[in-house]
Write a protein that binds this ligand. Sequence first.
Ligand code: KMH
Ligand code: ZN
Length: 272
Amino acid sequence: MIPCIITCAITGAEVTKSQNPAVPYTPDEMALEAYNAVEAGASIIHLHARYDDGSPTQDKERFLEIIKAIKLKCKDVIIQVSTGGALGMTRLERSSPLSLDVEMATLDCGTVNFGGDDYFINTENDIIYFANIMNQKNIQYELECFDKGHVDMALRLFKKGYIKAPLHFSFVLGVVGGMAAELRDFMFLKESIPESATFSVAGIGKYEFPLAEFSIMNGGHVRVGFEDNLYLEKGVLAKSNKELVKKAKELVIKHNRTVASISETRNILGLE
Ligand code: KMH
Ligand code: ZN
């Protein structure tokens, strides 16, 4: 099987230091978390921006500051900026980091409930809007799908020419309001995408590692990190993103696969 790409989502937009003091906010904190995650085996950093007080922002200047700090410590790492941002942001606001010189970004492929009164909106026109910018700027997208309908939407927009190959999916499963993260859910999604497509998984909370293992066993890739999960195991907070990456790497090795280096990751995903 091909090497397994480990992506680390180091901070997200919604988790806070009050939930886990190790969640990074400042550029320096993010750079250190990214560096240690890369040392442990991550080749992609999925990035959200925060101000020093932890509030999420899509401000491109803040992204630039964080990216510079990360690249100073690990210059080759692949940065994947979020166009999801935080709940409630407009698409104009969310698209701001795409004006930077970035290699990769997320493309969220549908609307989903996020528990309680929260919801994350991605209309068909939103998806086309983000895809158009990324196509123009040659930014590679990761197609984030929280539900089966999102996969169908991505494939529909691919057929219509809005979304271009290579298709790289991320199945984000276990969100309250999205698709569950059991083996049958994973298999259903995996079997719904073309054989030529690549895929990664991001299991939310307690689903992080079980879902990672399904993906590793089935030729897929893995995302871990504080954005998705704050715990190393039940009741034990992770002290760093590195601990989560290390645990993912152990699963990769357990299933006789190797962890993709940064250059192997570029190769697998067709990044230039
Ligand atoms: N923060 C979530 C509302 C993405 O990065 O593209 C959306 C999100 C998805 O995190
Ligand atoms: Zn994200």
